[in-house]
Design a protein around this ligand. Structure first.
Ligand code: PLP
Length: 501
């Protein structure tokens, strides 16, 4: 970003003090090239003479996983620490099964050191902390840019860490949504995350248009759960001339579908539309190359797969090709170029690009957790994490199909589970969204009793996300083992109260 050089000179000067604990970069896996995740699982099962569905296979996979040490970098809640766990069913000292990193990532162990250091610094030097110490507070967002740019695939000055996701979306829509009589529509996915939906509608109204005629929602075909890329493209082809902005959740939060971002971006541009993505569920989960894909803008939060803690700063991306051209925007002092920001003469010298969208000074306390988490990401790469994730989620997918698939010969339960998420590993991230043939209230509460942490979407959907940074194969196996008992209970014990709350 514009002030990066300044931030760098501070952090390199202080790096000698060695505040960040040294961490070794992990080795790459000796993966056989060209195998699909399922083929890789089968190849390993054959090679070691193990049955894919047994726990010995899961243990072997964990042994072989060169990313397994990353789990130790996070605090995994113990069974007896979680609310509503029944300690007669589980071992109180066991780690829970945490499949909710799509909603809130776990706490990086390195965080406490960082927070303590900042509290001490504040106590000792007060206002001097802005420009002194290992992380001068005035640059606490900028020192994260290098690591963040590797995760979203952009140049350092194409991203800013600031605000929350929805606030960033508002700030960027302010520039990108400039409706005219001819081009006034915004295209989103049906079932977009409510916050995105509201943000978009509010911009349409603020500009004097009506969502009834200016908002287009692309929907899956009847009887399908996921959007076909071809349907998105044909909507763009048909409506593109009247669309100002295309805004999709890069990875759909409900179904877990990963959209084909480069293809959709290109199609939008062909029709003269701006194309932006909400990366809430994609960042830290799948590989992203926002710069090369020529995405115009993107917004993200950092508390899901990036483990920065509830309500931490989010981020935004603006492609460098637009660095000089996006107006109007809402402006504050933090968008003013560093070199003259503190002259306070009310003559705005705005930083180019996304740095010019920064309004307030960043919170040191909201950036410490992200810094601790990015330290862990730096031990590997998104490519390596994604490779593990595809196999881990593929394993979950396989076991679910084996034990609970509607057409599985091995299914012992009367009820079955349908996976809403695309079956092609390229079209999804870590998460699978499970649709149960019975209401999930009882199922979810039985999961909770057994220390399985996951997210429910009533009446029938449970989202399961084995985040590759800290989840392992035994987590998946333990989950499947418990799920067989749970399905049995749910089938035989009707819910005591109404399902419809
Ligand atoms: C989690 C999530 C958000 C959250 O928005 P905040 O502004 O960070 O509260 C927004 N959009 C999507 C798609 C999400 O999944």
């Amino acid at each position: 970003m514009a002030d990066k050089r300044v931030a760098e000179s501070f952090s390199s000067k202080n790096a000698e003090n060695g505040a960040a604990p040294p961490r070794k970069k992990l080795m790459k896996t000796d993966r056989q090239a060209g195998l699909t995740p399922m083929e890789e699982l089968k190849e390993k099962a054959d090679r070691f003479g193990l049955d894919l569905i047994g726990d010995s296979f899961a243990k072997k996979m964990d042994e072989l996983d060169h990313l397994a040490p990353l789990r130790k970098e996070f605090i995994l809640p113990k069974m007896n620490e979680l609310p509503d766990v029944d300690l007669s069913l589980v071992d109180k000292d066991d780690e829970c099964i945490y499949f909710c990193g799509n909603s809130l990532g776990l706490q990086p162990k390195g965080l406490k050191l960082y927070l303590d250091a900042e509290l001490e610094k504040w106590g000792k030097v007060g206002v001097h902390g802005h420009f002194t110490g290992q992380i001068p507070w005035a640059f606490c967002d900028e020192v994260l840019a290098a690591d963040m740019s590797n995760i979203i695939g952009c140049k350092e000055d194409e991203l800013a860490i600031m605000n929350g996701l929805t606030v960033n979306l508002h700030l960027l829509l302010m520039s990108f949504y400039q409706p005219t009589k001819k081009r006034h529509k915004i295209l989103i996915e049906s079932k977009a995350f409510p916050s995105d939906h509201y943000a978009v509608e509010s911009h349409i109204r603020l500009n004097g248009y009506d969502p009834a005629t200016s908002l287009i929602c692309v929907e899956p075909r009847k009887g399908e759960y996921d959007l076909r890329t071809e349907d998105v493209l044909s909507m763009i082809e048909k409506e593109g001339d009247s669309i100002a902005v295309i805004l999709l959740g890069a990875l759909q939060y409900y179904t877990g579908q990963l959209f084909n971002m480069p293809v959709i971006t290109k199609a939008g541009h062909t029709k003269g539309c701006y194309v932006g993505f909400d990366l809430a569920h994609a960042v830290g989960n799948v590989e992203l190359h926002l710069h090369d894909w020529e995405v115009d803008f993107a917004v993200f939060c950092t508390y899901k797969y990036l483990n920065s803690g509830a309500g931490s700063h989010g981020g935004a991306f603006l492609h460098s090709k637009l660095a000089q051209s996006m107006e109007p925007k809402l402006v504050g002092w933090w968008g003013h170029k560093f070199k003259s920001r503190f002259q306070m003469n009310n003559e705005l010298e705005l930083s180019p690009g996304i740095a010019g969208y920064r309004i307030s000074n960043p919170s040191i306390f909201a950036t410490c957790p992200l810094r601790a988490s990015l330290d862990v990401f730096r031990m590997t790469s998104m490519a390596e994490l994604r490779a593990k994730s595809m196999v881990l989620t593929g394993y979950l997918d396989y076991l679910l199909g084996h034990h609970f698939g509607k057409n599985s010969a091995h299914r012992k339960s009367k009820e079955f589970i349908t996976i809403l998420t695309p079956s092609n590993p390229e079209d999804r991230g870590a998460q699978l969204s499970l649709y149960f043939s019975i209401p999930i209230k009882r199922i979810h509460s039985e999961m909770t009793k057994r220390g399985i942490v996951c997210d429910e979407r009533k009446p029938n959907v449970i989202r399961i996300a084995p985040a590759p940074l800290y989840c392992n194969y035994m987590d998946v196996w333990r989950f499947m083992d418990a799920l067989q008992t749970i399905m049995d209970i749910a089938e035989n014990q009707p819910d005591l109260d109404s399902e419809l709350d």
